[in-house]
Every structure is written in structure tokens, then in C-alpha cells.
Design a protein around this ligand. Sequence first.
Ligand code: SAH
Length: 355
Amino acid sequence: MTLKDHLIGRIHHDGPMSVSDFMSECLLHPTLGYYSTRDPFGAEGDFITAPEISQMFGELIGLSLAQSWMDQGCPSTFTLAELGPGRGTLMSDILRATRQVPGFHEAAQVCLVEASPALRQVQAKTLGQYTPNWIGTTTELPEQPLYLVANEFFDALPIRQFIREGEGWRERRIGVTEDGLAFGLGPNAPQIALNDRLGDTKDGDLVELCATATPIVTDIANCIASHDGVALIIDYGDWRSLGDTLQAVKAHEKTRPLDDPGQSDLTAHVDFERLAMAARASGCAHTRLTPQGVFLERLGITTRAQALIRNLNVPEQKRLISAHRRLTHPDEMGNLFKVLGLYPAQSAPPPGLEP
Ligand code: SAH
């Protein structure tokens, strides 16, 4: 059975499904889902993420996290966590770059929040030497200081989509027509969670809501507010979401989200304002939303690139220069990707970010 057959069966049985249910099934269905069945990263995969572009990304994040740990008095035991570690490349670069930081590795307990069994196996290969602990959700994070990174994790969480109509909203749903899966609209209804968007939207505007992001940020922020730590959340998106950002990518090309369910990566832009609001409600401070390029430049990516380039041959030098540009340039990932930092109200903000 294909995932498409499974979805059509479910829609015949239960009626049209929300975009959120569609995304969950496509990404994480236990046997047919996109992340459950493959390792999608890298040049041969469907997409490439910042840590896979260059080791500099993880190294600088490692140094930022280690500096926060020192600024907070070097707690003697802490959780070094990553949400959705993919191949484990980012965490591996973080750990290599922080090897020289006295006491950091001895105090760190590596914790990986990963839903996909296939990717857990890949991570076990990359990170096995650090004896990581895998957990399925942030509710299981240990009660101790938490230094956490999430790169392209929140964009993989399922969103619902609503179209404004008068003082109510119609939910975008996926049904079945003669041609296969198709978008439709549910009935007009009030949405309490979108009351705060009645002021800045008009009829016909589409707003996205990621219900699962809030409890995840709440768990992280509660831990940081009680025990110290920081969280660096990196993703594409803006302060406030407006418009349809559901996107499917296969073999580095955009495709239509309803074509080939389970065979392409599905993401949506992150609404950082909602993450920041949830963090604040749990007693955490947050930084200004900072473009990835600015963040990496402040942490010294150009100096790091200059140091690395000395030991490389000409083709490798070209690759490094292109990686630096890809990560930082405003026409590439530099502006599209943003960084949000969460930290205790009494602490200094994480290096690279401003309050
Ligand atoms: N951070 C990595 C990979 C990003 S892809 C990188 O930058 O390369 C998204 C990752 O999040 C994958 O590892 C995927 O399996 C995981 N993931 C997606 N939804 C999840 C969920 N609800 N809970 C835990 N992990 C999830």
C-alpha cells in the first residue's frame, strides 16, 4: 500500500483532513512516512541543511553554547540537547569544537529528541562515542541546566491553515476528487487561538497555526527558567506568519505538496512570535529575531573560514568560499533563516544574538 492509498482510505472514512494531519502522516507515518523511511539529507538526498553545508555552522554554535555555559557559572552537570538532529552532523561539530573548553564535555549529557527510528540509527553511528540519550518528546528532558539547539526542526512540525472570513475562519482541508487529493475549505467557525490575529488580517488572508510548537517551547523554557541554560532556535520564517508557506521539496526541487505524499519533504515557515510568546509565558527572556548571516558573522565565521582555508587545496578552497556565502549571504540562507535565542531573564543573552 502507498501512503496516498492510506490517506484516501482515511479521508473516505473520516472526511477531509486538516493540513496538520496530512503533514503528520506524510512525515512520520510509522512505515510509509518520509522521515521514517529514509535519510533525506545531503547532495544526493532531497535537501541540504546548514550543518551539512559546512562544519563552520556547528562549530560556531558549539562555541556560542559553551560561552553561555561559562557565563552561567559552568554548571557541573547539564543537558546538551538537539531537537531533530537529522544525521547528527550539527551535534558532532558542536562536540568537536568544544573539546578544548575545560570541563564542558565532562559536564555534558547529550540528549537527542528524534521521532524517526531510521534517523536514530544514523545518529547512533555519528554520535555513538558520546553515549547520547534519545527521547521522543521534550516532556522527557531532565530537570537540570539545558543548552539546546534546534536547526530546521520547527519547520517540520505540522501546521493548520485558516482563511479569514468575516470574524471567523475556514480551515483548509484535504479531500478526495476524481483527480486524487485536493484542497478544500471547512465551514466558517471562530478560532480562539487566532483571536489575536483578527486585528492584523483581512478577509481572504491565510494564517498558519502550529499547535505542537507551543508545548515544546514551554517545556524548554520551563527548564531554562528553573535551572539555567539557553536555546538557539534556527529556522526559516518570520516574526509573524501570514500567507501559505506549506512547501514540498524533492531532489532539491519544489514540488506540489499533494503530489506523491510521503515521497517529498514537507515544511512550513516558523512563526517566531508564537515561540517567543510561549517562552516569555514560562519565564524566559528571548532575543531579537536575528538573521542567520548576521548571527554567524558576529560569531566570527569569516575568521574561521580564513583559518580553515590555509590548509586546503584549490577546489576545497572554492567549496569553502561557496559554503561561507551560502550560509551568510542575504541572497542565500543569510536572511531567509533566522535565529531566536531563549535564556533566563537574569543571564546574558547568547553570544551572536542581541536582546
Ligand atoms: N537538524 C537537522 C535535520 C532537520 S530535518 C539538520 O539541520 O540537518 C528535521 C528533523 O526533525 C529530522 O531529524 C526529523 O526526523 C525530526 N522530526 C520531525 N518531526 C519531529 C517530531 N515531531 N519529534 C521529533 N523529531 C522530529
